[in-house]
Ligand binder design. Structure first.
Ligand code: CO
Length: 464
């Protein structure tokens, strides 16, 4: 028997994934700022606090500078590693950017405080993460290469093991098996972690959601098979489309002889802190109780947390929430037509919106979104499986899909963007915000100027 308990790392997701999956990433910095110092004392392996949809949400809804948010977190969280989620060549947006932008973005993320960058491509087309991985290694970050987990006739364990081998070859420091829809069963997790562990030497991280209720069991089996790190959310922001609860996983692991190393008193403080925030979100309707339940149907529809809350919002806005079931049933059909992309941003949005179009317009592919057209042209990368030939013909005609990376067709973009936005940008970080979300960032910069101008004139009046 081993003398020393085996250490399991727990990463806390309340600031990013739990926030994104339950309340559409609408938690402002001012809500969680007071608890950061305490969170730093919990013993977490890392705080997932940036990237994913946080960047978009800061600029679009919260009137916050996402870079400023990161710097503020870094200033307070001195001991715990800060982790971000990056969509490879998509960065934090919804389209592919040229390589110079990707490199600048990765460099600036690390400069502003990120330690661990989890990098994925929605299609597992690893050509789309090569540049980000390379730059993150150069910048000295811990680079977590990612396998987007999904089930389909073409997503076999061998397929994932091959991808894992490629990630190791690229120089990644760990491998994340990312189950964004919470559909990976305990047995599948066990088998997959075992297979990957046999093939590569890197530590294995498992990420899942409670959507289907499998999450905590999946983590246990993954750990049994040799995974060393799991992602959890503090209890009041856990469950449903969010992660398994930090406290319960810590408790269970301790009992069966693992050392998750978390301080239970500190965890309680953190949970007590977030509970009123969660309750307020329930009251205002920002948090829909539907996403907090268990939905085994996702085992069929594979709809990830963020996507389900988006779909509900989208249908609600069109007064068609009663058609959710039909849209959920259409989702796997659209996915099959597209060669079984894993459902994760941006493919989840693409498939979801198209499925909604197909249902609401009363005819499949009557309205085809421009994202789906771009996908069929190969602008997001190589589809994992065969595309529906009829659909391809309908959209592309005689045009041939791309063979190379879409980014290979793009001109460098940083200097051009810098000129375009001019004095409104005060830093290279601002330029990158502008590149990621041009109109929204520009609006944000203008409002910032106005705010400051008002403050200045107010101060002058006061002096007068
Ligand atoms: Co997730």
């Amino acid at each position: 028997m081993e003398e020393k308990q085996m250490k399991i790392n727990i990463t806390e997701t309340v600031l990013r994934d739990a926030n994104q999956s339950l309340i559409a990433t609408r938690m402002p910095m001012s809500d969680f700022e007071p608890i950061l110092e305490t969170m730093d004392k919990a013993g977490y392996y890392a705080l997932e606090c940036w990237g994913g949809a946080t960047f978009d949400s800061c600029l679009r809804y919260l009137h916050e500078d996402p870079w400023e948010r990161l710097r503020k977190i870094r200033k307070v969280v001195k001991n715990t590693k800060l982790q971000m989620l990056l969509r490879g060549q998509n960065l934090l947006g919804y389209k592919h950017y040229p390589d110079d932008i990707v490199r600048a973005f990765v460099r600036k993320s690390v400069e502003n405080g990120i330690d661990i960058i989890r990098i994925f491509d929605a299609l597992n087309d690893l050509r789309n993460i090569e540049v980000a991985v390379d730059e993150a290694i150069k910048a000295g970050a811990h680079v977590q290469g990612t396998l987007c987990y999904t089930t389909s006739p073409i997503h076999t364990p061998e397929n994932f093991v091959n991808l894992a081998r490629q990630l190791e070859k690229m120089g990644c420091h760990s491998i994340c098996i990312k189950d964004m829809a919470g559909i990976m069963s305990p047995k599948e997790a066990y088998d997959l972690v075992k297979a990957v562990k046999e093939a590569v030497k890197l530590p294995i991280v498992v990420h899942t959601h409670c959507t289907t209720g499998l999450g905590p069991m999946t983590y246990l089996k993954a750990i049994e098979a040799g995974a060393t790190t799991i992602d959890c959310a503090i209890a009041c922001m856990s469950g449903g489309t969010s992660q398994p609860p930090t406290e319960s996983m810590n408790y269970t692991l301790k009992q069966i002889g693992y050392d998750a190393g978390l301080n239970e008193d500190v965890l309680k403080e953190i949970n007590d802190f977030f509970r009123p925030i969660r309750n307020k979100a329930l009251e205002t309707g920002l948090l829909n109780p539907v996403v907090m339940g268990t939905d085994p149907d996702s085992l069929t529809y594979q709809v990830p947390g963020g996507m389900l809350s988006n779909l509900i919002a989208q249908l609600k806005a069109q007064n068609a929430l009663d058609r959710l079931q039909e849209v959920l049933e259409e989702t796997p059909r659209v996915r099959a037509d597209l060669g079984y992309p894993p459902l994760v941003t941006p493919s989840s949005q693409m498939v979801g919106v198209q499925a909604a179009n197909n249902v609401l317009s009363g005819q499949r592919y009557k309205n085809i979104t421009k994202e789906i057209k771009a996908y069929l042209r190969g602008e997001y990368g190589r589809a994992p499986g065969e595309l529906n030939a009829e659909l391809v013909k309908k959209v592309l005609g005689d045009e041939k899909p791309l063979e190379c990376r879409f980014a290979d067709t793009l001109e460098p973009g940083f200097e051009k963007a810098k000129k375009e936005i001019g004095d409104l940008a005060r830093s290279d970080e601002d330029v990158l915000s502008y590149v990621a979300f041009p109109q929204i960032a520009e609006k944000f910069f203008k409002e910032r100027e106005e705010r400051e101008h008002n403050t200045v004139s107010y101060q002058i009046r006061k002096v007068d």
